[in-house]
Write a protein that binds this ligand. Sequence first.
Ligand code: ADP
Ligand code: TRP
Length: 323
Amino acid sequence: MARILSGIQPSGTLHIGNYFAMMKKMIEFQDKHELFCFIVNYHAMTSLHDPKELAENTLAAAMDFLALGLDPDRCHFWTQSDVPEVTELTWILGCHTSLGLLERSHSYKDKLARGLTASCGLFTYPVLMAADILLYQANIIPVGKDQKQHIEITRDIAERFNLVYGETFVLPEPLISDDIAVVPGIDGQKMSKSYGNTINIFEEEGTLKKKVMKIKTDSTPVEDPKDPDTCTLFALYRLFADENTLAGLRERYVKGGLGYGVVKKELLGLIRDYFAPFRERRAALEKDRGAVAEILKKGAEKTRAVAAVTLDLVRERTGLRYF
Ligand code: ADP
Ligand code: TRP
């Protein structure tokens, strides 16, 4: 049985890119594997400094996961900062991480280019992520393509540590599905909380409609054939449609005579239907936030027990345990 682990940043409202690339897979794994799923609020702090928003987003992310079917009794589900052991391991790993490795991080360079402050936390973000993974000796990490390099950095750090102190950490593998490696946003760029181009999972009805109608398309006239493979609208449609419906749409694209407005209306219906069964539970959770916080606290207790075992070994191996 593999140990599967992944985290999500509460840096904004969770969107369908997060859902298809990560949350959906995690929820499916809870039946067959040992699952570790958490909300990485320390990571979100690299970009978010509004205390109310951070707290609100953390609880909202937890409610989203629970509403979509994550069962805290069948997995480890917690908030990163409730297991402070991770910061101790971050320090230890940081002392075994070369600056060069972090300087090569695409994600760091991208974030600087987008105007984020180059804080120490932003720079060492991958070390905290390595600690997240290695602390729980996880084998498989389901993420979107943008996180691949972070898993490679984690492996580099673990390999170096194992070389110096003897086999200590499991080397993790990323799990990235090719078909949904990058979910596009309504503007055609990668859908991201920080680009303002998201369709949120529990989007309010009016906003959902507005956003779907705004999805960027090219200016091919209605009667002309269209290219499904370069079309943002088609890429989003395929996430929700079954195989037959999708094959049908592909034909309609290639044949010509299809207006994008029609496809948008169909997509709107598909998105609505897809998330409808989860809305009631999401609303119920919203009314009982105390219970949600309690689930996270209990999850953290359960998870700390696992963290303690690894940290004990690390302290022994490194000489931090001196007697
Ligand atoms: P965001 O870019 O919106 O802040 P996160 O960095 O919190 O998203 O990502 C959480 C998880 O969702 C990661 O595994 C990430 O790879 C995945 N993810 C986020 N956006 C997308 C997307 N547009 N397409 C595919 N995966 C995505
Ligand atoms: N960096 C990841 C992201 O932005 C979130 C994350 C933090 C994570 N720690 C993790 C993902 C550990 C997987 C495993 O999406």
